[in-house]
Write a protein that binds this ligand. Structure first.
Ligand code: HEM
Length: 296
């Protein structure tokens, strides 16, 4: 069976220019000598059932035009020479999604109050089905995400992928990096055990020594001169509402730019000079479109 026939029509790879989408197989048999058999009721029902997902997708596509965006995303060209280092961005995205999913389950049992937070975490770890597994994934996953985001940033830096026209994506990335670190910081206080209390105290004190805005920022984060009930609920709302919302919006913008500008070719391939100089008009056209096509 051809793989293409399994993909619903709106999401199929668009034909290349010059290639028709019509039938390519052998001509149909002579209809006079072998008339087509009429399908049975069961065959018709199966055919209709197979078409249903296609119909639903076509219905959604007619109303949203999403197929064009999705085919652009799924079938975008990538330059020659891409390697495992190019998967670090997607790995960071996967780590973020894992954090979001495990975080939702933890939020179902966690109580953000100074008297009950520690007990609710102990309850998750000791009594809830798979609680300690999900808690462990979230706790270790935060370090994994921080490591991956730095590695991804390193790849972008050493491959020179921050240069024109991707400066804005680099800036968005820097904000994503800061927000990722802020997630790790605000999450650390939530178990409200000795370690998280004193580690956060150290972090507040360091913040307070910052120039000009340092003391105000520390006061704002601590919600007063001492760590207390308001600090915990403030950290909880920042950790599970404010920052994830901002990260989701920025990842959307980040990926939009990745798809629009294309992926940067590895520097050792970009260094190879073209044999003949390209006309200026072609160079301009390359700057607008997919960087992959222009070999950038
Ligand atoms: C939550 C954090 C982040 C996520 C989920 C994310 C995701 C991605 C993905 C999936 C790609 C495309 C695949 C790839 O090139 O690896 C990408 C590309 C890119 N990212 Fe990130 N990223 C994040 C953080 C950052 C940071 C911290 C920076 C830099 C400060 C950055 C700068 C870039 C740039 C410039 C590109 C384009 C690379 C190219 O054209 O070759 N990203 N990102």
């Amino acid at each position: 069976m051809k793989l293409d026939s399994l993909i619903p029509a709106p999401l199929r790879k668009p034909p290349k220019p010059g290639q028709g989408s019509g039938p390519t197989g052998p001509a149909p048999a002579d209809l006079k000598t072998s008339p087509p058999e009429r399908p049975s009721d069961a065959e018709r029902a199966t055919g209709r059932a197979k078409e249903t997902p296609h119909d639903v997708l076509a219905w959604v596509d007619q109303r949203t035009g999403a197929a064009g965006f999705l085919t652009g995303l799924l079938y975008r060209k990538v330059p020659k020479g891409t390697n495992w280092f190019y998967t670090l961005g997607s790995a960071t995205l996967f780590a973020f999604i894992t954090q979001a999913v495990t975080g939702v389950f933890l939020a179902m049992f966690y109580t953000p109050s100074t008297s009950d937070a520690y007990a609710s975490i102990a309850h998750i770890n000791n009594d809830v089905f798979l609680g300690s597994f999900v808690h462990g994934m979230h706790k270790w996953g935060s370090s994994v995400m921080v490591i991956l985001v730095f590695l991804h940033m390193g790849r972008v830096f050493f491959f020179g992928a921050y240069k024109y026209p991707r400066e804005l994506n680099w800036v968005i990335g820097v904000v994503l990096l800061i927000l990722t670190l802020a997630m790790a910081f605000t999450g650390y206080l939530l178990p409200f055990d000795q370690r998280s209390f004193w580690a956060s105290t150290v972090a507040f004190n360091i913040t307070g020594t910052g120039p000009v805005i340092g003391p105000y920022l520390a006061d704002f984060l601590r919600a007063g001169p001492e760590i207390g009930a308001t600090t915990l609920s403030r950290f909880y709302s920042i950790h599970m509402l404010l920052i994830p919302g901002a990260i989701i919006a920025l990842i959307g913008a980040h990926l939009y730019l990745v798809v629009k500008l294309g992926t940067t070719a590895p520097p050792w391939l970009r260094a190879a000079k073209p044999k003949t100089a390209a006309p200026a008009s072609q160079l301009d056209a390359g700057a607008e479109g997919n960087g992959a096509a222009a070999g950038r």
